[in-house]
Write a protein that binds this ligand. Structure first.
Ligand code: ATP
Ligand code: MG
Length: 237
């Protein structure tokens, strides 16, 4: 580990309150946190502890009630919706529990999709997509549509898609929630290996203690508060 840790995400006094019906739910209660470049940071906790709410805040998918989130020094909480959408496209990759592939697109087209939004030529983006699909072990499944693939295969497509634009931060909310033990391990290893190769930071939401162990850091939430923050030794080589 070299001593120099660069901050990539800064969370300041972050509070999120929902008002369903006439109730008040404090989903996040003034959270402060600094996440460093290259960390694989697991947001861990039981159901309802605020994990998804926290991820949505870090990724700028919802506005905070109070406080702010800074990514590389930019307060994303203050960006306009258009600027935020561009920021997300440029710097973030997302991996979802339900894979969220486009059913009418084959594996190559799904993986290449984020580059389409960046206006990159079809040939260029599909060449990159092919390479990534090979890297995630799907060289034989390039022309398959999502319905023609297993859950584990679909999630590999999801990983390749999240990586294609070389994101600075990968957000994954229960990415192995629908997979068996063997696939869970393989998918987690893929995410972690690629994160290292691409020098990406990973925010991994999970309620599963075994999944959390893949991370270099485990931030545990209880009722919208940070209960513990454990940084593992030797996380960075
Ligand atoms: N859009 C919303 N409107 C109202 N309440 C919400 C909303 N989203 C989340 N909550 C509430 O905020 C709290 C935290 O929810 P959150 O989805 O972040 O939990 P979680 O840790 O991701 O749980 P799970 O492991 O079940 O996915 C819960 O009490 C939930 O009911
Ligand atoms: Mg959740």
């Amino acid at each position: 580990m070299d001593g120099e840790k660069k901050s990539i995400i800064t969370v300041k006094n972050l509070r999120k309150v929902y008002h369903p019906g006439n109730e008040t739910v404090v989903a996040l209660d003034r959270i402060n946190l600094e996440i460093h470049r290259g960390e694989i940071c697991s947001i861990f906790g039981t159901s309802g502890s605020g994990k998804s709410t926290f991820l949505n805040q870090l990724a700028g998918l919802e506005k905070p009630t109070e406080g702010e989130v800074l990514i590389g020094g930019v307060s994303i909480s203050r960006l306009s919706e258009d600027d935020l959408a561009r920021f997300r496209q440029r710097y973030f990759g997302f991996i979802f529990q339900a894979y969220n592939l486009i059913p009418t697109m084959n594996a190559i087209e799904n993986v290449a999709a984020p580059l389409m939004f960046q206006g990159i030529d079809r040939q260029v983006r599909e060449k990159l997509a092919r390479k990534l699909l090979k890297d995630v072990g799907l060289g034989e499944r390039m022309m398959h549509y999502p319905r023609e693939m297993s859950g584990g295969q679909q999630q590999r497509v999801g990983i390749a898609r999240a990586l294609i634009a070389k994101p600075k931060i990968i957000f994954a909310d229960e990415p192995t929630g629908n997979l068996d033990t063997k696939n869970t391990k393989e998918v987690m290893e893929l995410i972690c290996d690629f994160a290292k190769e691409y020098k990406s930071t990973v925010i991994l939401v999970t309620h599963d203690p075994e999944m959390a162990q893949f991370a270099t850091r485990i931030v545990t939430l209880i009722d919208g508060n940070i209960k513990s923050d454990e940084i593992k030794n030797g996380e960075e080589k």
